[in-house]
Design a protein around this ligand. Sequence first.
Ligand code: F6P
Length: 358
Amino acid sequence: MKRIGVLTSGGDCSGLNAAIRAVVKRAVHGFGAEVIGILDSTEGLLAEPPRTVPLSLDVFSGQVLRSGGTMLGTVTKGHPFRYPMPDGSVQDRSGTVVSAIHSLGLDGLIGIGGDGSMKILHGLMELAGLPFIGIPKTIDNDVPLTEFAIGFHTAVGVATEALDRLQPTAASHQRVMILETMGRQAGHIALSAGIAGGADVILLPEVPYNIDFIASKLEGIRKEEKRNHALIVCAEAAHSVNGKAAFIDYAGDVVYGGIGHQLGREIALTTGADTRVTVLGHVQRGGPPSSFDRVLASAFGVRAVDLLADGVSGRMVSWWDGRIRDVSLADVVAQEKPVNLQGSRMRAARGLGICIGD
Ligand code: F6P
């Protein structure tokens, strides 16, 4: 193994730079190998010539470990097998990517991404006939077969801090405060932050809510706890039993959003409570990674390089029961990872008397 590539793909999160750093440190210290950073994921490989940056140890002497975002850039669009062209047509541009990979003289590639990105990258590397190892990242924590993906722990910290800041103002004004978190179709951020931040109600995409149960929870708080304020955490893809997930259309770019405000109006109308909404959004993705995300990213990066050095391919590094292991990428992409409704966090939430909306 003389030269390997590394790239980040999909939505960014905290801890990506820590993972890139670990890949470079392990490759150089462990194997004397050279690392090429590929810029903007597959977009960088579609450019002529491919856009890359040499990653030597000196690049990592400063703040990189501590910094949010990705020093290599990333993309969430432009699937190379179904690439949208300016004239509206769709083209398979995988051949261009494969030629670019060959032109770089890589002995293998490490892709830091969610399960969707890893599937695409693995497919491209199979076409190129070269080894690929995936490192899971996403604040949503919905990558199967790993307990944690890089970025989740930091995002939960941000959402928990938001609840810490919302609680005093909720109490001062006797208000119901709603916090809308990210997470797509998985409620992991909402559930963990809701427990950590002392929420009274947590609404998840996995459990459609009934507004009457939320109203009676708020009524119970008022009567039994003599408390006229409450905290609600609402995942962005949560929806009522008769409703659908809310979306915002930014000129054809459709993203989750709006459920917090929708719910706020429902609560104000049903209960008469003074209600306010905070949409946390991309704040959950930026900023310095938590210490856990730095440890996870570092351990993942080291293991990914070791796997490539062992001639392994088509695997994803994974955190399981406090240990690093590797799992088949084919198994990862064949599954989903919603919140386990019988799991420890759900039992804890229900045991604490938190209303889940059902
Ligand atoms: O997958 C990460 C994520 O932050 C989701 O939680 C969120 O729905 C989405 O990305 C937002 O995407 P974008 O950055 O394109 O708005």
